[in-house]
Design a protein around this ligand. Sequence first.
Ligand SMILES: Nc1ncnc2c1ncn2[C@@H]1O[C@H](COP(=O)(O)OP(=O)(O)O)[C@@H](O)[C@H]1O
Ligand SMILES: [Mg+2]
Length: 302
Amino acid sequence: MTQAAVLSAADVLPVGPGEPVFALRGVGYRYAGRQPALNDVNLTIWPGERVVLLGANGSGKSTLLKLLDGIVGPTQGTIRALGLDIAAVASGEDGFHFHREVGLVFQDPDIQLFSATVLDDVAFGPLQLGLSRGEVKQRCDEAMAEMGIAHLADRAPFELSGGEKKRAAIASVLSLRPDVVLLDEPTASLDPRTKWVLVDLVQRLAAAGRTLVVATHELDIVPLIADRVVVLSEEGRVVADGAPAAILADRDLLVRANLIHEHLHEHGVVEHSHPHDDAAGHHDEAGVGRDALSAAGGGRLQ
Ligand SMILES: Nc1ncnc2c1ncn2[C@@H]1O[C@H](COP(=O)(O)OP(=O)(O)O)[C@@H](O)[C@H]1O
Ligand SMILES: [Mg+2]
């Protein structure tokens, strides 16, 4: 079998027709003794959607992904996920079934990699599922081939580069063949080539019918990986939910959410099709309306 199996759509998502993957109603989360990290989040995610959670640092993206993965339950409201109550999953019921279907790739690969070798980490999940040795090996080979890390199988995770660790962490989730993949800041602090590997992976997982929820604050990858964008404010509220082009064109929204700063030139959002000696002194920016630009004083953005 080839690596394609990791991405194949063969496993049918265990949700009934017309049922969402995630349904969040009035969800809040408060860490002990802190201000609420999430407030009144209402969100429905459907099978096969590619959703980007966009928000500044501290806006609650990682907290929301931990809730979707059933690591913690909401302190307010309810979350149904794959027909299960997340509060029950978080308290240990149904966790086994749930974690076959939903996999979270943490932002920090050091949290995900705890074994003596990369192979041991990638095999950990499938071994937990009680699969045969042959099946475990096949899944590991596929997942490592998919992430281009077959040659690192016997290496100790701690001696890998940041990008290699990231790919190993993702392979350790792919080996479970989850239908729902949650990725926390997958491209943060990666070199451009590794960043592209991850963008490409997201695209292929989506093409294989997986449901994807990706947290990021990097605007440049959004049009490549999303068909829907949910924006979190710095208070942990959903302040926008819509098509990527519309969200990325809403400069005021992005400034309010602290995703761009009006005095900083954002190379991420804009396509540089402009000549810098443009007489009008402004960019010809894809995705950012001229009106919004002139209102912000386009020339200043050079
Ligand atoms: N383990 C924790 N204990 C206490 N507060 C936390 C913890 N993790 C996150 N927070 C707080 O919750 C808020 C949201 O954090 P987080 O979900 O990590 O946001 P993001 O991923 O968008 O940067 C922040 O104010 C953060 O300081
Ligand atoms: Mg985070």
